[in-house]
Design a protein around this ligand. Structure first.
Ligand code: ADP
Ligand code: MG
Length: 282
């Protein structure tokens, strides 16, 4: 055990992914609780650059915005790499959507506003996240208020050199949230995060995802490439305002050059609170 590792006691598993598990960590001296992401170096063999990359991105991202999970410390042993981060005890946005079925517009708008502002900040410092989805959006505490939502998991993120906006070619992400240009291999960049904001908004408002095709992944990918989605079934969308649908269309434009930018997302009337059906009714 290294000196640094001795500073923390690890506890229950908070979550896990393919190459990592995330555990509770308690700092011995201060008693402060954190989350530690333990990445197995053996399983990442040949792709060590990915884990170094996650540290580099977190270092760049994590102090500038209150809704981005902070990297507190990192260290490694022979077998593992440890990333000590802020602890988010409120769970994943994914579970909240599943519990509630869907979100009302007012609540969805607050959540999407926080995600969008975080993405605007990430893009402004040259970071594309590439894995935005409700499983990677965590609440700091059990109040689950939008202002306590945190963007996490920078495992697939990239720092984009200035001016080279479509320099990434590697296909990665989570299929249902991946933009058409990622599959087309025409090069991708910042706009993939905006597409994911659109998919997340779609999911929040309806409780359904836009491209599920009877669990056939090939059909799902073809639908994404064609930008083939609609606001159905009607019972999920009847109560949703046209402004919200316009917001989703702007984010989920199959052409990345026509898609909203992060600034256009922030400035959209839906996020600015104009034209909301709930408000129209008052
Ligand atoms: P992976 O790259 O394996 O998906 P993540 O960074 O997304 O790893 O972490 C996996 C899961 O662990 C998350 O979906 C979440 O449930 C949990 N988790 C991650 N970071 C934290 C954190 N800072 N606080 C609490 N739970 C976390
Ligand atoms: Mg994850």
């Amino acid at each position: 055990m290294t000196l640094q590792q001795c500073q923390y006691k690890t506890g229950e598993v908070l979550g896990s992914g393919t190459y990592s598990s995330v555990k509770l960590a308690i700092h011995n001296e201060t008693g402060v609780k954190y989350a530690v992401k333990v990445i197995n170096k053996k399983m990442m063999e040949g792709r060590e650059d990915l884990i170094r990359n996650e540290i580099e991105v977190l270092k760049r991202a994590s102090t500038g915005h209150s809704n981005i999970v902070r990297l507190i410390d990192y260290f490694e042993t022979m077998n593992n790499l440890y990333l000590v981060m802020d602890l988010c005890t409120g769970g994943e946005l994914f579970d909240k959507i599943c519990q509630r079925g869907h979100f009302f517009e007012k609540d969805a708008k607050d959540i999407v506003g926080v995600i969008s502002d975080s993405v605007r900040y990430l893009h402004s410092v040259g970071i594309v996240h590439r894995d935005l989805k409700p499983e990677n959006l965590l609440f700091r505490d059990n109040n689950s208020s939008a202002s306590d939502l945190c963007v996490a998991d920078f495992g697939l993120s990239k720092i984009i050199e200035s001016g080279k906006f479509t320099q990434l070619y590697h296909i990665c992400g989570t299929v249902g949230y991946m933009a058409p240009e990622v599959f087309k291999k025409t090069g991708h960049g910042f706009p993939v995060d905006i597409w994911a904001i659109g998919v997340i908004t779609f999911f929040l408002l309806s409780g359904t995802t836009p491209f599920d095709r009877n669990s056939k992944q090939k059909d799902e990918i073809n639908a994404i490439i064609d930008g083939n989605y609609n606001f159905e079934p009607a019972e999920c969308w009847n109560a949703v305002s046209d402004t919200a649908k316009d917001f989703i269309r702007g984010c989920m434009n199959a052409d990345p050059d026509q898609r909203f930018t992060a600034q256009q997302v922030i400035d959209h009337p839906w996020l600015k609170g104009l034209g909301d059906k709930d408000e129209d009714l008052l």
